[in-house]
Design a protein around this ligand. Structure first.
Ligand code: ADP
Length: 401
């Protein structure tokens, strides 16, 4: 029996979903949509091969009722002759989960213990799994982890200079956006095998932003560490910060832990510095000087972190931009590349402006690519491969959309 794979990416106020259909050993995207404004002003939108819909839902819609709505909607779309598999993006796999994992109630309990490590994401990722268990316990669910691609970092890359007991307790640098980096690595291996065998920095620049150093398409290090707060400046997150600032806020400014948490995760980054928006396109259009200041700092932090990864890799053959800002914001790519001219980076301004897949000139010593990420497809493929092996006769997937 062939299958359909529903991919869920559940956040604090929204659930994004994609439905893939297995057709001739390929997973074909059928629908992409989201339920936004959970608990406030819920709205369902979907784009599909046969129709697009946009519907306002009851204001009280929470994660459970949003999923119930989605499953009612899906009933008309699902093929009853196919098995349904569900794959979830789960931000943190901690020390124990290095591979996509079929979720049982016991596994869910273990994953919940990681909630404090990623308060902005993990709780909501798991809420979708738990809600779905209530809706239909028989649907097989797989958790795919954003940390897994970085699981082989090893010491010293995954270490803090804290007493060793904390390392043993899991206080380590994990790295995130792993599903995005894994997708980029898979694409590079297929489309640019020679470059893929070299050294590359991938810049995942979205609401959450990070850099990853790849050597032969394996993750060597990442700008994100213990939590998704580390590294680059982001939409509302501050990125790396001197631990002394946290102590000062707690001890001298008398902020409590929850206030510090909100400050670092929700009120900082582009939003905090600009006081205009957390959204890069809004900042690029804004005439406020603070919007420019926020963009300047965003670029500065990328160059600073890129310098660390460049030194670890001892030079690069390629630089890849991905995610909302990386794929679409030509001005940001140009400013980053202009800071790397010393390295031999040279971009073709027209190609950059048109978001071409390769934006470096022939003379550039570093190839600069723009590759749209597809974390959903990565999750669907993992979910398919793991469940297909468990549920029925294994079928090998042909890679691709
Ligand atoms: P998420 O981390 O939520 O998945 P995305 O990868 O969708 O985020 O990236 C969202 C960011 O991309 C926002 O800051 C948005 O303004 C920015 N972005 C999207 N399109 C453009 C564009 N054309 N120009 C500039 N920024 C853009």
């Amino acid at each position: 029996m062939s299958c359909q794979v529903l991919v869920l990416n559940s956040g604090s106020s929204s659930i994004k979903f994609s439905l893939f259909d297995e057709q001739q050993s390929k997973l074909v995207s059928q629908y992409n949509g989201q339920i936004t404004g959970l608990g406030l002003n819920a709205h369902f939108t979907v784009c599909g091969f046969d129709n697009n819909e946009s519907i306002s839902l009851s204001k009280t819609t929470d994660h459970l009722s949003a999923l119930k709505y989605l499953f009612d909607w899906l009933k008309q779309k699902l093929n009853s002759n196919k098995e349904l598999f569900v794959g979830h993006r789960v931000v943190h796999g901690g020390n124990d989960f290095h591979l996509p994992t079929v979720v049982t109630p016991e596994i869910l309990t273990k994953l919940k213990k990681l909630e404090p490590l990623a308060p902005l994401h993990q709780t909501y990722n798991l809420a979708a799994i738990e809600s779905l268990m209530h809706i239909d316990q028989a649907i097989p669910q797989v958790a795919c982890f954003d940390t897994a691609f970085h699981a082989n970092h090893g010491k010293p890359n995954n270490q803090f200079a804290l007493p060793d007991q904390y390392y043993e307790q899991g206080v380590r640098r994990y790295g995130f956006h792993g599903l995005s980096y894994e997708y980029i690595a898979t694409e590079l291996k297929q489309t640019e095998p020679e470059l893929a065998s070299g050294k590359i920095i991938v810049a995942h620049l979205g609401n959450g932003s990070s850099l990853c150093a790849l050597n032969q398409c394996k993750s060597i290090d990442s700008s994100m560490g213990f939590s998704a707060l580390d590294g680059l400046m982001m939409g509302t997150r501050c990125g790396s910060i001197d631990a002394g600032v946290i102590l000062y806020l707690l001890e001298e400014k008398k902020l409590n832990a929850q206030q510090v948490n909100d400050l670092l995760y929700k009120q900082s980054g582009l939003l905090g510095v600009s006081k205009v928006s957390n959204d890069m396109s809004a900042l690029l259009q804004s005439e406020e000087s603070t919007a420019q200041e926020a963009i300047d700092l965003y670029i500065h932090r990328i160059i600073r972190e890129a310098g660390c990864l460049l030194a670890l890799l001892k030079g690069i053959d390629g630089l890849v931009f991905t995610a909302g800002i990386g794929e679409n914001a030509a001005e940001i790519r140009k400013r980053i590349c202009d800071e790397l001219v010393w390295l031999g980076v040279e971009i073709d301004e027209n190609a950059n402006r048109e978001n071409c897949s390769e934006i470096s000139t022939n003379d550039s010593t570093v190839r600069v690519l723009v590759i749209p990420t597809n974390e959903e497809l990565m999750i669907a493929q993992h979910t398919y491969e793991i469940l297909n092996n468990e549920v029925s006769m294994p079928r090998k997937l042909a890679i691709g959309n």
